[in-house]
Design a protein around this ligand. Structure first.
Ligand code: GDP
Ligand code: MG
Length: 170
């Protein structure tokens, strides 16, 4: 099995960290500063079970200014070209449990593409475990996700499983 998957989501949710964890290399710059990833970055993971090319993209956010608009288009363009979309979210500390207007806008655009889309909930190392199920419910109300996969991109928890589930859909 083989194919292409795009990492799509708001800035700072951990898309680049996930790409690095998947490939075992520091391909993409990870930064607490938003908008470090300005172009798409490709990381290919090859295992006996199959091969997946992951495309890291700039975070999607309210686009003000020309560079921002460009980065949003880079991300959505990548989503158009792949077999599968990994929609990555986190839950920043202190904020209330909600999907938020930014994520809703991305999901509306993704819905038009009609591709198999996973909900990848990142940073479960920081998220209180009791919040994971309510969060999944909130997102499932917004979008018909093909799979829901909680991970910690930083610690690596769930990342091998994510790779295997991706392969099952290719
Ligand atoms: P991107 O903008 O979506 O590419 O996000 P980055 O990969 O650059 O990560 C943004 C910030 O979140 C960085 O400070 C990362 O170290 C942090 N981060 C990413 N993944 C995790 C995770 O699984 N757990 C925790 N605690 N922090 C993470
Ligand atoms: Mg990034």
């Amino acid at each position: 099995r083989s194919g292409f998957a795009a990492l799509i989501g708001r800035p700072n949710v951990g898309k680049s960290t996930l790409l690095n964890q998947l490939t075992g290399e520091k391909i993409a710059i990870v930064s607490p500063k938003p908008q470090t990833t300005r172009n798409r970055i490709l990381g290919v993971v090859t295992r006996p079970e199959g091969q997946v090319a992951f495309i890291d993209t700039p975070g999607i956010h309210q686009a003000k200014g020309e560079l921002n608009r460009y980065m949003v288009e880079v991300a959505l363009q990548a989503a158009e070209e792949v077999d599968l979309v990994l929609f990555v979210v986190d839950i920043p500390g202190g904020e209330k449990l909600e999907v938020g207007p930014g994520n809703r806008t991305i999901l509306e655009r993704l819905q038009k593409l009609g591709k198999p889309t996973f909900l990848v909930i990142n940073k479960i190392d920081t998220l209180p475990k009791a919040l994971i199920l309510p969060l999944i419910d909130l997102y499932r109300n917004e979008f018909p996700f093909a799979e829901v996969v909680p991970i910690s991109a930083r610690e690596g928890d769930g990342v091998d499983r994510l790779f295997q589930v991706v392969l099952q859909h290719l």
